[in-house]
Design a protein around this ligand. Structure first.
Ligand code: NAD
Length: 347
């Protein structure tokens, strides 16, 4: 059965789905609902049936799947209403404003026997998949630390993203992607979360945060999101007991560095820094290091909609599963709590 998609919230991301979802065989976009008359007009001009009333949109019999791309605070009510109207539901990230809201969506989807998933599209990012593959293949040995960061320079956050009551702020906006990537890569249990949130240039919401996750195998993952960083650090830094991996950007440029056989012959000598000596931090000479390319990956975002289509047809299991969405949210809730109490939260 082809997906006949109806979009709720025909703004930036709603239009993005309209442009990209039909690239997948068996996916058509047919209708849109928005509270803004101008956006409905834009949808109509783009060839969709445009609605200004939710109940009329949900009565559109051709629509069998709804994509919700509104501000975050209204996702839950719209998702529950769509499921109750018998539509499969795809919700943009972050799925909702609390674990209780996620449970309400899952309950409505189960009661109505419809598919429910979340657009965690950054599972298909090239940079992430290179790191995931290198970690899984043990290319740098046993990994003890993963740092995942996005540093932007703009500083200011606009529109509803700058309002706490709409679900704004970077922990919900980008944290949800970066946490999802780490949990998708590391299946172990998270035992501890520590987070600090800052409002550097934006008063109402977090525009910089640091988050530490400790896993039960000892691995430590750090996520850092900053909107006002004028000298950005690389996208990924991963340390293993056999080498170091760095990814510079979203395109996945970077490398793996390991020691070669000459390393045995290298005796670290004490170096003098401006105010004292050190042997531990004496640099290794270039001839004892080998540089390797990151693994090749073949990732196509369209797999997201292919998987939703195949799941609706009963031919596949969801890639983005409701339980995984809940696991990500449990880290987000722990991070907000940790920031509030000023201590780590044990899970
Ligand atoms: P936006 O402000 O550009 O668009 C939101 C649209 O929703 C607007 O047209 C607005 O009129 C409409 N709207 C608001 N309240 C509504 C309601 N109650 N009912 C119907 N329509 C309503 O926002 P955006 O940047 O498109 O973000 C929308 C969602 O998409 C957010 O949840 C955001 O986190 C997510 N998003 C995801 C990605 C991604 O890569 N997965 C990227 C950007 C945004």
């Amino acid at each position: 059965m082809p997906i006949k998609l109806g979009i709720i919230g025909y703004g930036g991301m709603g239009m993005w789905h309209h442009k990209n979802a039909p690239k997948v065989k068996g996916v058509d976009v047919v209708a849109a609902y928005d509270i803004d008359a101008y956006q409905i007009d834009v949808a109509k001009k783009a060839g969709l049936r445009g609605y200004d009333k939710l109940d009329e949109f949900l009565k559109d019999e051709e629509v069998n799947t709804v994509l919700i791309a509104t501000p975050n605070d209204v996702h839950k009510d719209l998702a529950v209403a769509s499921a109750n109207a018998g539509k499969n539901v795809i919700v943009e990230k972050p799925v909702a404003m609390s674990m209780k809201e996620i449970d309400e969506i899952i309950e409505a989807a189960e009661k109505n026997s419809v598919v429910f998933t979340v657009h965690q599209n950054r599972r298909w990012d090239k940079d992430f998949n290179k790191v995931k593959k290198a970690v899984e293949l043990g290319m740098i040995g046993d990994v003890y630390t993963i740092e995942s960061r996005v540093h932007g320079a703009g500083g200011l956050i606009y529109g509803w993203r700058n309002k706490k009551e709409c679900g704004g702020g970077m922990l919900l906006d980008w944290g949800v992607h970066l946490i999802d990537q780490i949990l998708y890569m590391i299946p172990n249990k998270v035992v501890r979360v520590y987070a600090e949130l800052f409002s550097v240039l934006n008063k109402d919401v977090d525009d910089y945060f640091k988050l530490l996750m400790k896993f039960d195998n000892g691995l430590s993952a750090q996520i850092e999101v900053g909107t006002f960083c004028l000298k950005p650090l690389p996208r990924w830094f991963v340390g293993g007991n056999k080498g170091t991996l760095v990814v510079d950007d979203f395109e996945g440029h970077g490398e793996i560095v390991k020691l070669n056989k000459l390393a045995d012959k290298f005796d670290a000598e004490i170096v003098e820094t401006t105010a004292g000596p050190t042997r531990t931090f004496a640099p290794r000479p270039e001839e004892v290091k080998d540089h390797f390319e990151l693994p090749d990956v073949n990732t196509e975002w369209i797999e997201f909609y292919e998987n939703v289509r195949d799941t609706i047809e009963g031919k596949a299991e969801l890639i983005v599963k409701p339980d995984e969405v809940k696991r990500v949210y449990s880290i987000i809730e722990a991070a907000f709590k940790s920031n509030y109490i000023g201590k780590a939260v044990e899970l």
